[in-house]
Write a protein that binds this ligand. Structure first.
Ligand code: SAH
Length: 243
């Protein structure tokens, strides 16, 4: 597994991305807001994670947790969750929401994945990094940090957006310009990641690919589902080999 340099630890963040999410932070828990799609897909990703491993009583780190949509649901399912993000406002909202709901087993930290990997190597049973990799300058560095954070035999679950004409038309033109599902500028085409690239990052980091699925959306029925076809959104299940 390659070592992180100090420079990577502090520099693998795009301040304009953090600003974008900070601006919207007060709306994380408004299910009709810009975050509606994340609320809609949350049960799907939670079930998908649970189809690979049990999460009750497990130590989980949720990287790029935002307002805590996934983190809270993991904690509700009995996991001990650390949510990390670099957007301070989002973390405040996440903490407040957990406090109001008296959610147990949840901590939120303002720290990069790379730094936490140095502080807590091999600490977590499960790492989740969903809808985040397409917002960082160097996603391979985050994947390496995921591999360092997870225990031998543990799981890493990632999701992101493929890079091709179809994903450009659906995730940017459709979602941001035609359907107004997401604010314009949420996603940048060049930062999308092909499955082959993500798999290569995982392999370099020493993780095995165990599963992959596409996530689909019908804007007319507003239904989301998982299934074959990774042309637009997709999830990857990775495992660190047992020692
Ligand atoms: N994972 C959450 C939120 C996805 S939105 C979910 O799926 O529900 C993307 C999140 O990544 C935002 O909260 C943003 O602040 C965070 N983010 C962007 N760059 C980051 C970085 N370099 N380190 C940590 N978090 C980052």
């Amino acid at each position: 597994m390659p070592n992180m340099t100090d420079n990577q630890i502090t520099s693998n963040v795009d301040p304009s991305e953090i600003e974008k999410f900070s601006q919207l932070a007060h709306r994380w828990w408004d299910k009709e807001s810009e975050f509606k799609p994340l609320h809609a897909i949350n049960p799907l990703r939670l079930d998908w994670i649970k189809s690979h491993t049990s999460i009750e009583g497990r130590l989980i780190v949720d990287i790029g947790c935002g307002g805590g949509i996934l983190s809270e649901s993991l904690a509700h399912n009995g996991a001990q969750v650390t949510g990390i993000d670099l957007a301070q406002k989002s973390l405040k909202v996440a903490k407040l929401h957990a406090l109001e709901g008296a959610v147990k087993g949840l901590e939120y930290l303002e720290v990069s994945a790379e730094s936490l990997a140095q502080e807590r190597p091999g600490f977590y049973d499960v790492v989740t990094c969903m809808e985040m990799l397409e917002h960082v300058p160097d996603p391979s560095s985050v994947v390496c940090a995921c591999a360092e954070l997870v225990k031998p035999g543990g799981w890493v679950f990632c999701s992101t957006i493929n890079r091709n004409l179809q994903s450009f038309l659906m995730a940017i033109v459709g979602a941001e310009y035609l359907l107004n599902l997401l604010p314009r500028g949420t996603h940048e085409y060049a930062k999308f990641i092909r499955p082959s690239e993500l798999i290569a990052f995982a392999e370099v980091a020493g993780l095995n690919v165990v599963g992959m699925t596409g996530m689909h959306h019908n804007p007319l029925t507003q239904r989301y589902w998982l299934g074959e076809g990774t042309n637009v959104n997709y999830f990857l299940a990775l495992q660190r080999p047992a020692d």
